[in-house]
Design a protein around this ligand. Structure first.
Ligand SMILES: [Cu+2]
Length: 467
């Protein structure tokens, strides 16, 4: 556990007013607004019970005010401009200056009061996904409460009854408001040592989210149901997603919540992990087994833990390969194997600027000097020490380093692989190719007495079965 220290709010966090006056203490807490899309330092608690804080990937934790033993937070639902990657800004809806909203961190048993101010052009509400709370605090507009009208502030009050990882999001015009980026993370730390919750050295969290933003435009299309083109972690896309920087032999926890409209098999290289928690709470230890990929379904949270005992730069990504792409067109013709020679020149006479692509696969896309519309990033990008990674979207790197200091989250650059430990080119003689003459057959010989018939169809009614 950390020794108690002063608030570390990060340089980019600005208080809406300097300090809190005695008068203000009786009223609404000043909202804290975040201007930066960078991963902020963990927020060391300065009041209430102590805990080991989380690090929100490309995000931040909301500071609170203690008021007569109640932790008070102020969320402001509002339109925001979110930088999703350098060179690509999106006009989203979020909370307190960013999408997703800030992470809320409390301790099991904490009394919590959340003021929600609605600065959107339409009504909203907040549902506290996974929490045990009074029915009137569950946030389903129309069912549990009237929606929060534009311009009004509502107050949610409940006790954080069970430890775990939760999410928050509107439950009013959900399709629009979630498609616009309204969501956030909530972590309730255990109040004492819990048999199924281990202490870890690094505790990361982020949400999976997706958008449909046409290349060259800024605003997501809220009516899109499944055909999204931007696959993001905390409203960032690779190479805009920060790396997870850890020290060799750190025990690492990563909490991943899915508020997209499809599932994401999240895959870690170089290590095996346990699922130590879901949005239902910590998983009993006897139920855990090792995985390297875990599917996070829609509306689910999965919490993974592992020992980072292999030094290096390890890919960490969604295993749906079109989710590691940015702004991809959905109607590309299949050109693999098509010989364009001679054709491109002829087409160019009719369509100036025509470019043949895809006949050797899509990797050439990363080298193509194709003019992009403003506010658009290439489909597959991000350079590593050995060239383009040909990745976008839901991808980042786990960096395990011997010399990473215990509370340091800095990116230390590319891993220097020890000599003789990298894949290398074969430069010796190539043996002649031998072709198998029974390729595709089973390994054991078959005696074929009559010609094979692929399918035998019997029309209903013509069978001479006798039962
Ligand atoms: Cu995915």
């Amino acid at each position: 556990m950390n020794t108690r220290r002063k608030f570390l709010t990060g340089a980019a966090v600005t208080m809406a007013a300097a300090g809190v006056s005695r008068h203000a203490l009786a009223g609404l807490p000043e909202p804290v607004i975040q201007n930066s899309p960078n991963t902020q330092k963990p927020l060391i608690p300065n009041s209430g019970r102590d805990y080991n804080p989380v690090v929100t990937l490309n995000g931040w934790t909301l500071p609170w005010r203690m008021n007569n033993g109640v932790k008070e937070f102020h969320l402001v639902a509002e339109p925001v401009v979110r930088e999703m990657a350098p060179g690509f800004k999106a006009h989203l809806w979020g909370y307190n200056g960013q999408s997703p909203g800030p992470t809320i961190e409390v301790v099991e048993g904490d009394k919590v009061r959340i003021f929600v101010t609605n600065k959107l052009p339409e009504h909203t509400s907040i549902h506290w996904h996974g929490q045990r709370l009074p029915n009137g605090m569950d946030g389903v507009a129309g069912l549990n409460q009237p929606a929060i009208p534009s311009g009004k502030t509502f107050v949610y009050e409940f006790t954080a009854r069970r430890p775990g990882t939760f999410m928050y999001h509107p439950h009013a015009d959900e399709m629009t408001q979630m498609a616009m980026g309204m969501m956030g993370f909530w972590v309730t730390h255990p109040k004492e040592k819990h048999p199924d919750i281990d202490e870890v050295n690094r505790d990361f969290c982020f949400l999976l989210n997706s958008f449909d933003i046409d290349p060259g435009s800024y605003t997501p299309k809220p009516a899109t149901m499944l055909d999204f083109n931007i696959w993001a972690w905390n409203s960032r896309v690779f190479p805009g997603i920060d790396t997870l920087n850890v020290r060799l032999n750190d025990k690492v926890r990563i909490r991943v919540g899915n508020l997209t409209m499809t599932n994401h098999p999240i895959h870690l290289h170089g290590h095996e992990f346990h699922i130590t928690g879901t949005d239902g709470g910590p998983t009993p230890k006897a139920t855990r087994w090792y995985e390297v990929t875990t599917d996070v379904a829609v509306g689910q949270m999965r919490q993974i833990e592992f020992l980072a005992d292999e030094e290096g730069d390890w890919a960490f990504h969604c295993h749906k390969s079109h989710h590691t792409m940015n702004a991809m067109g959905h109607d590309l013709a299949n050109l693999i194997g098509v010989d364009h020679r001679g054709l491109a020149g002829k087409i160019k006479k009719i369509i100036p600027g025509y470019m043949a692509m895809g006949e050797r696969g899509m990797a050439d896309m990363t080298e193509m000097e194709m003019p992009l519309p403003v506010n658009t990033i290439p489909m597959m990008t991000g350079d590593g020490p050995y060239g383009s990674l040909e990745m976008g979207g839901m991808f980042t790197v786990l960096k395990v380093r011997k010399d990473q200091a215990p509370n340091d989250y800095k990116n230390s650059g590319w891993f220097k692989q020890p000599a003789g430990t990298r894949a290398y080119e074969w430069k010796g003689a190539m043996p002649a190719v031998k072709r198998s003459n029974n390729a595709g057959e089973s390994a054991t010989n078959r005696v074929q007495s009559k010609p094979e018939v692929e399918v035998q169809v019997k029309k209903p009614g013509t069978t001479n079965h006798k039962h």
